[in-house]
Design a protein around this ligand. Sequence first.
Ligand code: XMP
Length: 304
Amino acid sequence: MVDPETFVPEAIEEIEEAVDGHAVIALSGGVDSSTAATLAYEALGDRLTPVYVDTGLMRKGETEEVRETFGYVEGLRIVDARDRFLDALAGVTDPEEKRHVVGERFIREFETVANEVDADYLVQGTIYPDRIESEGTIKSHHNVGGLPDVVDFEGIVEPMRDLYKDEVREVARHLGLDEVVSERMPFPGPGLAVRIVGEVTDGKLRVAREANHVVEEELADHDPWQALAAVLGKATGVKGDNRVHGWVVAVRSVESRDGMTARAQDVDWETLQRIQSRITGENPNVARVLYDVTHKPPATIEYE
Ligand code: XMP
């Protein structure tokens, strides 16, 4: 286990030594990028520009939370790219292609800001499992590998490259980050795009965003490693006196140490029913809610 007392000053020193000029970091609202950004800010101050791209694929309230957490950083840039992501994703149904479209769009948005602020260096919150999964053939993680090829950086600094998620949380607590951030469940770079099976549309996104919010809230006291909702497709249901063709939402909650393997969590019936009733109640176009009992392997945690 990492010792934050020694890790933090070493990481700050590493960033100070590596960056000779201006650096950018992509924020996502998650614990990894927030921790890396805090370390980088300690090291660089106003030579750091944190960039948050609002892809529209993020969790409910994420943009506001980033603004709250990093509002103190003068150079913070928030880019509203929601329409551009939705346009880029129109008609894309293949899971890997979806990831690439999101990754590519993200790079373009990021590149624009990096050029504007004349950044020569990139700080990334990459952690150990990201590197392992991207090296293998499991899935292409968009927060690894893409950026450096496109934006011509002089150097890339990844101060947390050898840490596991629980170690990052230790460091985040040590740095005094808000609990909302330090204890936050992992959330994938491509966001809700990988929690929607098939094409990403505005309508499906709205269902996915609300359903994920309900699941996070209702399962918080079950302390899952990760809990999520995915929009699968359509099925028949009945609302009032009418048969409806509504969305099928899958709920998934897993226990894990690092996301490489995971066990579906044993969630009690009452909680599951409460989730079901909130999701169908708050979204009139959801016809069914399912609970996913599959471990990883054979399933992955995300749906695409
Ligand atoms: P899977 O679905 O592969 O997920 O079992 C394992 C862990 O990785 C997260 N994940 C991602 N994180 N970019 C990310 O930053 C991605 O493209 C990505 N895909 C999956 C997932 O949420 C889980 O925590």
